[in-house]
Ligand binder design. Structure first.
Ligand SMILES: Cc1cc2nc3c(=O)[nH]c(=O)nc-3n(C[C@H](O)[C@H](O)[C@H](O)COP(=O)(O)OP(=O)(O)OC[C@H]3O[C@@H](n4cnc5c(N)ncnc54)[C@H](O)[C@@H]3O)c2cc1C
Length: 431
């Protein structure tokens, strides 16, 4: 591993999802220099991977891409992707982050994003950016509007055939690239490390992820996205247009056995959104949402729910006990409805699971910020200062402190930027 330079800035933002981008832009617009550290190959977080957003049904990538581009082109913002935070320490007035840049096996300075390496690569692999439903290459730009537009080679699948290196017009492919270490020193930091979904593989009653036409909500986002894997709604097993689609709510939340006893907050709304989009794409399909409670807490959300009901989407209040794959790809949903008698079974062509929301990152062993019982970053006074962590000068924004929709995430990112900016002004005055 090569170790290297130290970069100095006013504010360090960890995480380049919508929370991190908004906080960085707000700070940079005030004249502060900002460094964003992102662990993925591109900035944009979950939002750049969504189809449309509730409750407005705006195209998600149409509203996220301009923010990503503004951050990437801002004079006061420097972005490092594909990086791992090794430690984040604070002493007196300085935050010091040690970071490892993982190898892309492509020189970032030389890559011009022409994709010639990708076209030349003979290795086809399932595309993680499309829920695994379509193929991509072992060397690729992760997705069309990724920022930066720099290719990365997946060493697990590369055959070292050399075709990408020969096709690259700038000699950017570097099979021997090593991890690089660098240090960022800042006066303040915003943690915007977001969330992950629990895995269907942990749910034996839902088939442990092995039933072909049982997919996750994030996979459904990709199926519904304008540049998704199929360009229309098809079920993954056989490419059939589904006539009957079910959503299973609280498939990984509000469940002590999963370690997720809390409500994941945005799942009711995204299931309603996906159901509405499906009913537009497949007007004759039956769409059922199996739910425990509908939590339509935000502005305009209740009306959104009522509109879905008026569109003919069925809502069945009850707990789904079991899913069973049947011959021909049909999925049997065994459930107990509140208003029914005992367990009923209904068959569907496609089932979407709303899995639980858990933190993407844990500060354990990296930084002295504490977490709550739910493992999300703890805020010291949640009602009065929801962006302050217990480490002075270190703030938190977005889903890093708990499941949050985009509206609350953006508002919180603005609050975190404001708190960081006030903190910077105060330290500046002190000397
Ligand atoms: C299926 C689905 C549909 C949704 N639909 C909607 C919708 O329609 N409307 C709505 O309002 N909300 C919706 N949401 C919620 C929305 O995705 C979140 O509100 C939003 O993504 C939160 O943004 P964030 O930046 O806090 O977190 P994220 O989007 O998770 O971004 C966090 C970023 O931090 C990076 N990161 C994590 N750890 C580290 C680390 N240690 N170092 C560096 N970088 C790190 C991650 O790679 C990621 O890029 C949906 C969620 C899901 C799952």
């Amino acid at each position: 591993m090569t170790s290297g330079r130290t970069i100095t800035c006013d504010a360090l933002v960890v995480g380049g999802g919508i929370a991190g981008l908004q906080a960085a832009l707000d700070l940079a617009d005030q004249g502060f220099s900002v460094v964003i550290i992102e662990s993925d190959l591109s900035i944009g977080g979950k939002m750049i991977r969504l189809s449309k957003v509730f409750p407005t049904l705006d195209c998600s990538s149409c509203i996220t891409t301009p923010k990503m581009a503004s951050a990437a082109h801002h004079d006061n913002i420097t972005i490092f992707t594909w990086c791992e935070l090794q430690s984040l320490e604070r002493d007196n007035t300085t935050v010091t982050a040690r970071v490892t840049a993982r190898p892309r096996y492509v020189d970032e300075e030389k890559c011009i994003g022409c994709r010639k390496c990708e076209y030349a690569c003979p290795v086809l692999v399932p595309d993680p950016e499309q829920g695994g439903f379509s193929g991509t290459k072992a060397i690729r730009i992760p997705f069309s509007n990724a920022i930066p537009q720099v290719a990365a080679l997946d060493p697990e699948h590369c055959m070292l055939c050399g075709r990408c290196a020969r096709a690259c017009p700038t000699g950017a492919v570097d099979y021997l690239q090593q991890p690089r270490q660098f240090t960022v020193t800042a006066r303040t930091a915003v943690l915007a490390t977001g969330f992950e979904m629990t895995s269907p593989g942990d749910r034996p009653q839902y088939g442990n992820g092995t039933i072909a036409n049982v997919i996750t909500a994030l996979q459904m986002e990709r199926i519904l996205a304008p540049h998704g894997p199929y360009n229309r709604v098809l079920r993954p097993m056989d490419g059939m247009e589904p006539d009957s689609i079910a959503f299973v709510q609280c498939a990984g939340s509000r469940d002590l056995s999963m370690g997720v006893p809390y409500c994941s907050r945005f799942c009711c709304m995204y299931a309603i959104k996906q159901a509405m989009l499906l009913s537009g794409a497949l007007p004759l399909a039956d769409i059922v949402i199996y739910y425990m409670d509908i939590r339509a807490f935000g502005k305009g959300y209740e009306q959104f729910y009522q509109t879905a009901k008026a569109m003919g989407i069925q809502f069945v209040k009850g707990k789904v006990a079991r899913l069973q794959g049947l011959e021909g790809g049909t999925v049997a949903v065994h459930y107990e409805a509140q208003e029914g008698e005992g367990v009923s079974v209904d068959n569907h062509d496609l089932v979407v699971l709303s899995m639980g929301v858990v933190p993407h990152w844990s500060p354990e062993g990296i930084c002295r910020v504490s977490t709550g019982a739910d493992r999300f970053i703890r805020t010291v006074r949640p009602s009065l200062s929801p962006v302050r962590t217990d480490l002075e000068g270190v703030f938190v924004a977005g889903a890093a402190s708990g499941p949050k929709d985009i509206v609350d995430t953006i508002a919180e990112a603005g609050a975190a930027a404001m708190a960081a900016s006030n903190y910077l002004a105060a330290v500046r005055q002190q000397g």
